[in-house]
Design a binder for this molecule. Sequence first.
Ligand code: BGP
Length: 469
Amino acid sequence: MNHSKLKPFPKDFLWGASTSAYQVEGAWDEDEKGLSVIDVGKYPEGTSDFKVASDHYHRYKEDIALFTEMGLKAYRFSIAWTRIYPKGTGEINEKGIAFYNDLINELLSHNIEPIVTMYHFDLPYALQEKGGWSNRETIDAYEKYAKTLFKYFGDRVKYWLTINEQNMMILYGAVLGTVDSKIENPQKKLYQQNHHMFLAQAKAINLCHEMCPNTKIGPAPNIAYVYPASSKPEDILAAQNFSSIRNWLYLDMPVFGRYNSVAWSYMEEKGCTPTIQEGDMEILESAKPDFIAFNYYATSTVAESKNNTSDKNPIGDQQITIGEPGFYRGVANPYLEKTQFGWEIDPIGFRITLRELNDRYNLPLLVTENGLGAYDKLEEGDVVNDDYRIEFLRKHIEQARLAISDGVNLIGYCPWSAIDLVSTHQGFSKRYGFIYVNRDEFDLKDLRRIKKKSFYWYKNVIKSNGQEL
Ligand code: BGP
């Protein structure tokens, strides 16, 4: 649809930016923080670990001062479960509570709305040792953790996100380091874990509504519209197959309280349907999210797969489709350019994804990640000319505005990332931030903060409420 007149961004639009605890904080073993699966995980050769990251734990005041200067209305970050409960459950670590209290208060004193992810990939290792999400006790541990977050921070935090990218943990857990890749019959185990995460999420949603009626809570999957490679009906079916197990499984459950039927038949076919205990479905049906948060990087394109084992790409990640013989085959989209890291760039796909989510679920939408990973270069005079990032974000914001004009109820946009941080599985050289952090993969240098060109650009976008791009 070509609009003759575009609607403006809403007056209280949440212009924000995002990070996650283990990627930005550092201080991995300070103040009684426990180990998470990330801390004991392996990193691909040549990439940094997460021990110091961007040292945000010690520099959060300086960072928030920069966020304030940029004009952020919201900051989406995650709480490290292992700072609150070092062993995942048991005794509360007061120092962890104190840190996030200080962080939240600092944000609020600068009129920045905290948007809190309760769990972003970093499951406490003590829970993992007892089976992690395969063990139903992890659901109880998450519920207890959620209760603690609502009790201590629910008076000030208005937006909660239950679990970051549950779908990516299930589909690409081995690459992201969030599940044990060596487990036997991984799919059977993974979809059981998935069921447990759904239950944990539902319990947190109900608890949030009970304990903090004035706050809002929602899931935060990674959603990408799936294109068929052609108008061949078999390709359309393949696109539906992949979209069901990649996207809709993870939203039909929280929103409608039921398993997506195509995803369920896929699990039946693979012999990996989860065991559902009595009472589980009632819990899942009872919890209703207030909004949908989602991360968008690019669409995915798939074609028919005729049970050919070569239809499985050896390597995949959040945005690179692996494929499943007999279900779908990931293919490149010839109409799209790629980032330096091989991810496709599709701003129009962003509008398409927003429209689809709006049509399917009719809930407010909050974008919690979107951005461009690139090898930025620090030039003489402390300058980073990241025009490519500006172009990427500009095109996505243009499409967001078109989606709003289409009638989509978009309440905020939080690009990834507020500041440079360690990529999930590709080290520090893959940068996303508006603020450059002066360190390399292994040389920590002085970790000083430098405003990139995109910092000044985004500042003006926010100031003009999206009018000046
Ligand atoms: C999302 C994760 C983030 C972040 C982002 C960029 O999947 O939620 O934690 O890492 O992707 O991905 P990457 O770091 O792999 O480039």
